[in-house]
Design a protein around this ligand. Structure first.
Ligand code: ACO
Length: 331
């Protein structure tokens, strides 16, 4: 608890999330590709995922999540100084999804930008926000992770289409001298491995711009390699951030990981030698929502009362790039 003496930490003061209305179950996928509920469940843990319809584009889901986070934080949109959206599936390339959110919520005093770091988008966003808040604790920053991956998967490719879902999660952060907040983070990338998980750019609002049968029009993934690297990288990031901040896993109350796949999470728990129950898991409901998965899980856990004040929370993510990282917070 020595960390409690440190001042001016970035603290999460509000969370929110939004999911598209339509739910696609494994039994629906059985009618679309040669797959089965048994295969999907045993390989990924996923049972259902939410699929965005028109009107539920990435910026719209982001806006809905942001409004809920602002409400919980009890501040107005005009109080925001910065908006960061982690996404690889904004409906348009320019302006950023963050600028669309700014317009939608009326955050007239904020500057806004997106970051492209796949499943690490929210984690990288928090890390950037923390650097600003450390030097200016009065700032309010909105950090969002949001995706419309269903627009970018090949619905004929059973290797990928069963794994992903859509959604958005948001957090409002500000400075605090209470001892609560972000203790530290470790972020990594390795672009040499980019061909193991990638897609070409094409706005998700315009699927017509995706070239049919072109290799890069949809998410492409070397699943087994991704699995191997993900487990190794996640456990490295977790160990590194704990070492860096002088804690060990026994100090952590709950791990809120990127929700890619139950088997990755089980392997991670095994490797770290912690019970699976220490991980907050909702992948079975939403599939892999990339940058949105951690903030959705965080909001869900927060609203369910699973994050008591003062407990230590560890966030960790791995995704295309490759990108990976871990952050430690005193809730
Ligand atoms: N239904 C039925 N069969 C399928 C399906 C499906 N949906 N998808 C693939 N298969 C078949 C393949 O065609 C292959 O068949 P073949 O042997 O006849 O060629 C076979 O299943 C492969 O089976 P396994 O080797 O048992 O598959 P594996 O155990 O590797 O599981 C999976 C595949 C789930 C993709 C796994 O490798 C994985 O989880 N990888 C990580 C991927 C991931 O999570 N990516 C998300 C992005 S990165 C991130 O967020 C961390």
């Amino acid at each position: 608890m020595g960390d409690i003496l440190k001042m001016n930490r970035m603290m999460i003061i509000g969370t929110g999330s939004a999911l598209p209305e339509r739910v696609l179950a494994n039994s629906d996928l059985e009618k679309m590709v040669d797959t089965s509920d048994e295969w999907i469940t045993s390989r990924s843990g996923i049972k259902t995922r939410h699929i965005a319809a028109k009107g539920e584009e990435t910026s719209k889901l982001s806006t809905a999540a942001a409004m809920k986070a602002l409400e919980m934080a009890n501040i107005g949109a005009e109080d925001l100084d910065m908006i960061i959206v982690g996404t690889i599936t904004s409906e348009i390339s320019m302006p950023s999804c963050a600028c669309l959110v700014q317009k939608n919520i009326g955050a007239v005093n904020a500057f806004a930008f997106d970051i492209n770091s796949a499943c690490c988008g929210f984690l990288y966003g928090l890390d950037i926000a923390e650097k600003y808040i450390k030097t200016n604790p009065d700032m309010h920053v909105l950090v969002i992770g949001a995706e419309n991956l269903s627009a970018r998967v090949n619905w004929q490719d059973r290797n990928t289409c069963v794994l992903f879902g859509d959604g958005a999660g948001a957090a409002v952060v500000s400075g605090s001298s209470s001892g609560r907040g972000m203790i530290g983070g470790r972020m990594y990338s390795d672009g040499r491995l980019h061909k193991l998980l990638w897609m070409n750019s094409a706005p998700s609002m315009n699927p017509a711009l995706a070239i049919p049968d072109h290799d890069g029009s949809y998410i492409k993934m070397a699943g087994r390699d991704v699995f191997k690297y993900a487990v190794r990288a996640l456990s490295q990031a977790v160990t590194d951030v704990l070492d860096q901040e002088g804690f060990d896993l026994a100090d952590v109350n709950i791990v809120v990981p990127h929700q890619a796949n139950i088997r990755i999470l089980k392997s991670l728990a095994d490797r770290l030698d912690i019970p699976l129950e220490k991980l907050y898991i909702n992948v079975y409901k939403y599939g892999n929502t990339s940058a949105a998965s951690i903030p959705i899980a965080l909001d869900e856990a927060n609203r369910a009362g699973l994050l008591p004040e003062g407990e230590m929370i560890l966030l960790c993510a791995f995704g295309g790039g490759f990108t990976w990282g871990a952050s430690l917070l005193r809730w």
